[in-house]
Design a protein around this ligand. Structure first.
Ligand code: DAH
Length: 358
């Protein structure tokens, strides 16, 4: 009996010295584990005589229930103590500034591109697309720009080597200089080939725009090797040059302001006849003359004209029945004018200080 009392005293003493859940767990194992002090004593009961066993068993079991209850109580006490300690040491400083998650913004060129598309959708145009890697046939030939045409020099073309050319140049040693309109592949130099691709598939009447990337081997303050154009085409039975004027004037007035002066100048494009270039009054100096408009007060923003009969013939349109007009514009240039940007290369340097302004 004395032994059980001593064990109880020892347990009580040990409990007083506890300061963590880990220590409490060690204590539990020491008393209640498989080889624990109480477990051993319960096992030892079998060695006693049947007369002694009930009283001794009762004593030990009372202590065991006490130990179990104490451990449970201490567990609650210590765990709340530990979490209070944790809160005290790991407190949150709510005055710290929050994490800055920068929000992206639309690229200025894409913003203006969207605006252009919206204006033409409003006028009943649809939106079409064509490939950026294009056949020479669509980029030039079908647009009445034959192989020896001087207009080809105006556009510094990137030619794409095809599988056939690669093979022939490696096996015969010639650089594949012999070019064929039917098979030659280029990066499109303008969006005009989309005119042909759409007309091959659709019968008149039609009116659509074709926005997209174009490529020219060129780079300076006003040229980048890749830039964006929006092409337009409208074909029907009674389309005249007055449609060109009204549609494009409405477009300029919508994109800039209704008081922006617009003028049409005679020009030349192989795929339109007659052709025109469209100038707007310089939006920066309001016509007074500045560096951007080279002192003229006018800036060229669009090319346009009545579709050349040869282009219609190529796609099988009846030139007696149908007429149409086409136009093309450079999106970077319009964006520069809208936002007063004087170097086109800024668009593609990915300088966040520039891009964050939009
Ligand atoms: N494709 C011409 C260029 O890249 C722009 C252009 C001019 C398109 C007149 C047209 C047009 O559709 O009628 O310079």
């Amino acid at each position: 009996m004395g032994d059980v009392n001593k064990l109880r005293e020892e347990f009580v003493r040990e409990c007083k010295g506890l300061s963590s859940l880990k220590q409490l767990n060690d204590l539990r194992i020491r008393y209640l584990g498989k080889k624990g002090l109480l477990t051993q004593r319960l096992k030892a009961l079998s060695a006693l005589s049947p007369a002694e066993r009930p009283a001794a068993g009762k004593e030990i079991n009372i202590l065991k229930r006490y130990v179990e209850a104490e451990i449970k109580r201490l567990e609650g006490e210590l765990s709340s103590l530990e979490s209070r300690k944790k809160v005290a040491t790991e407190s949150i400083d709510i005055t710290l500034p929050g994490k800055y998650i920068p929000a992206g913004s639309r690229h200025p060129v894409n913003r203006v591109l969207d605006e252009i598309v919206d204006i033409f959708l409003f006028m009943g145009f649809t939106v079409e697309e064509g490939p950026e890697v294009e056949l020479d046939h669509y980029n030039f030939e079908a647009l009445n720009i034959p192989r020896d045409h001087p207009a080809r020099d105006m556009q510094d073309t990137f030619y794409v080597k095809t599988d056939g050319e690669r093979q022939s140049s490696s096996s015969t040693g010639d650089g594949g200089d012999k070019r064929e309109a039917e098979t030659d592949v280029v990066l499109r130099t303008h969006t005009s080939p989309v005119q042909i691709r759409v007309m091959e598939k659709q019968k008149p009447p039609l009116r659509f725009i074709a926005p997209g990337k174009v490529y020219r081997c060129d780079s300076d303050v006003s040229h980048t090797p890749m830039f964006h154009q929006v092409e337009g085409l409208m074909v029907g039975e009674d389309i005249t040059f007055s449609h060109v004027k009204s549609v494009l004037k409405l477009f300029v007035h919508s994109l800039f302001s209704v008081d922006t002066p617009v003028r049409f100048r005679p020009s030349y494009f192989p795929f339109t006849e007659p052709s025109a270039e469209i100038d707007i009054g310089c939006v920066l100096c309001k016509g007074a003359g500045c560096r951007v408009c080279k002192g003229t007060g006018w800036i060229e923003v669009l090319g346009a004209g009545m579709v050349h009969p040869k282009v219609f013939e190529g796609v099988g349109y009846d030139t007696e029945k149908y007429t149409g007009f086409a136009f093309g514009m450079g999106v970077e240039r319009l964006t520069m004018l809208k936002y007063g940007i004087d170097d086109i290369r800024l668009f593609y340097e990915n300088d966040l200080r520039f891009l964050r302004q939009f």
